[in-house]
Design a protein around this ligand. Structure first.
Ligand SMILES: [Mg+2]
Length: 391
C-alpha cells in the first residue's frame, strides 16, 4: 500500500482538515493547526509546510511506517521544530494513525497499548465578558457556568483577566478574583474550575494573581507566563499550592524537557495538532509520567484534533482532563457523521469505539465549506499607556 494523494481543506471557523488517500482506496484524516491565522485574504502559513512535507517525504511511501515518516519529516529540515513545521507534521501524523487504525479495524489507542481508562474527563470554556460589554462580568460568567453544568460538564475553564499591566493595581487582581469566586460560588465545590492566565501576566503579576485565586481552589493555573518566560515557572510553582499548567506553545519533547528537569510544572498541555501529532504527543505524555506530571491535551480546534486527543487520553495513565470547544462553536459538528462520540455525560466523554481516530468525517460537507468565511484577526493587547501587551 502506498500514499497516492492528499487534499488540505480550510473550513470555518479556522480549521484545516487533511485527507490522505492510499493505493487501495483507504482514506485517513488529520488536522494541522492553522497558523498564523487568516488575516483578510492572506493565507495561513501551515498549508505550505504540509505541501513541502507531503511532496518530499510522504507521497509514494508506505503509510504503515509512521515513525520512519515522522523522523524523515522532522530531521529532513535543518531548521526544525516550531509551530509551523510541527503542526504540518502533526496533521500528517494523525492521518497516518487514522489509516493504520482503519487498516486493523481498531481505535488508535488499541495500537498504543490499549485503553488505560473507560472515559475521559472533558471541560467546557466559560466566556468572561469585558466591563465594556456587560455591567457585571463576574455575574455573567457565573450564569454561563451554571448552564454548562446543567449541560453535563463537571469541569470548566475561564480566562479571569482581560490583560494586565507589568505591575498592576490591587483592583485588577480583585476583579480577576471576583470572576473566579463568582463562578466557584455558582457551581460549588464538586465542579472543577481551571483558570488560564493566557500568558497575560508578567512573572510578578502571575504570583500575585495565583495567590489571590487560591481561596477559590482552581483546578490548575494555565500559562501563568508566556513560554518565553518559562524560566520563571519554578519560582511560581514554589509560590503557590495551586497546580501550574503550561505547554500549548511548546512543540517537541525537547521543548518540554527543561520544564520536567526543573520540576517547573504540574500539568503539561501539548497540542496533538501542534506538537508533531499522536507520535510526539504520546512520547511527551510518557516523559511527563516519569516526572509525576499529568497531561491535559490542549485542543481549542476541530473534531479531528479532539478525536486524536481522546486517543492519547485513552492510552496514557496520566491524562487529567481534555479541552474541547466542539460543544460551543456553532457548526462544529456539521463536518462529522458521528457527533455522538463527543457527547459529555456526567463530565466525561466515552473512549472512542470506531477504528482509527474514531471520527467519521463528512467529506462532501467539508468540500462544500472549503475556503469559506476563514478571516480571523487575533486582537492585539495594549496596556493603559498604549504599549503592546499580551492577549
Ligand atoms: Mg491556554
Amino acid at each position: 500500500m502506498r500514499i497516492t494523494d492528499y487534499e488540505l481543506y480550510e473550513v470555518p471557523p479556522r480549521w484545516q482538515f487533511l485527507k490522505l488517500e492510499t493505493s487501495d482506496g483507504a482514506v485517513g484524516w488529520g488536522e494541522p493547526y492553522s497558523k498564523w491565522h487568516y488575516q483578510g485574504d492572506a493565507p495561513s502559513a501551515t498549508p505550505a509546510a504540509v505541501d513541502q512535507m507531503m511532496e518530499k517525504y510522504v507521497l509514494g511511501e508506505d503509510p504503515a511506517r509512521i515513525e520512519d515518516l515522522w523522523q524523515a519529516m522532522y530531521r529532513s529540515s535543518f531548521y526544525r521544530g516550531g509551530p509551523i513545521h510541527m503542526s504540518a507534521i502533526a496533521g500528517i501524523d494523525q492521518a497516518l494513525w487514522d489509516l493504520k487504525g482503519k487498516r486493523f479495524g481498531a481505535p488508535v489507542y488499541e495500537l498504543l497499548g490499549g485503553p488505560a481508562r473507560d472515559r475521559v474527563r472533558a471541560y467546557q470554556h466559560v466566556s468572561v465578558p469585558s466591563v465594556e460589554e456587560v455591567d457585571d462580568p463576574a455575574a455573567a460568567a457565573a450564569r454561563e457556568a451554571e448552564g454548562h453544568v446543567a449541560d453535563g460538564f463537571r469541569a470548566l475553564k475561564l480566562v479571569p483577566t482581560p490583560g494586565l499591566e507589568l505591575v498592576d493595581s490591587p483592583a485588577s487582581v480583585d476583579a480577576a478574583s471576583e470572576v473566579v469566586g463568582a463562578v466557584r460560588e455558582a457551581v460549588g465545590a464538586e465542579v472543577d474550575v481551571a483558570v488560564d492566565f493566557h500568558g497575560r501576566a508578567s512573572k510578578t503579576m502571575a504570583r500575585q494573581l495565583a495567590a489571590a485565586l487560591e481561596p477559590h481552589d482552581p483546578m490548575f493555573v494555565e500559562e501563568p507566563v508566556t513560554p518565553e518566560h518559562d524560566h520563571a515557572l519554578p519560582r511560581i510553582v514554589e509560590s503557590t499550592r495551586l497546580p501550574i499548567a503550561t505547554g500549548e506553545r511548546l512543540y517537541t519533547r525537547s521543548d518540554f524537557r527543561p520544564l520536567f528537569e526543573a520540576d517547573a510544572v504540574d500539568v503539561v498541555q501539548p497540542d496533538v495538532s501542534n506538537a508533531g501529532g499522536i507520535t510526539e504527543t504520546k512520547k511527551i505524555a510518557d516523559m511527563a509520567e516519569t516526572y509525576d506530571v499529568s497531561v491535559a491535551p490542549h485542543c481549542p480546534m476541530g473534531p479531528l484534533c479532539t478525536a486524536a486527543s481522546l486517543q492519547i487520553d485513552a492510552a496514557v495513565p496520566n491524562a487529567l482532563v481534555q479541552e474541547q470547544i466542539l460543544h460551543k462553536v456553532e457548526g462544529a459538528f456539521r463536518y462529522v457523521e458521528n457527533p455522538g462520540m463527543f457527547d459529555v455525560v456526567d463530565g466525561f466523554i466515552d473512549v472512542p469505539e470506531g477504528p482509527g481516530l474514531g471520527v467519521e468525517i463528512d467529506g462532501a460537507t467539508v468540500e462544500e465549506w472549503d475556503g469559506r468565511d476563514l478571516s480571523f484577526t487575533r486582537p492585539l493587547g495594549r496596556r493603559a499607556d498604549g504599549s503592546v501587551g499580551e492577549r
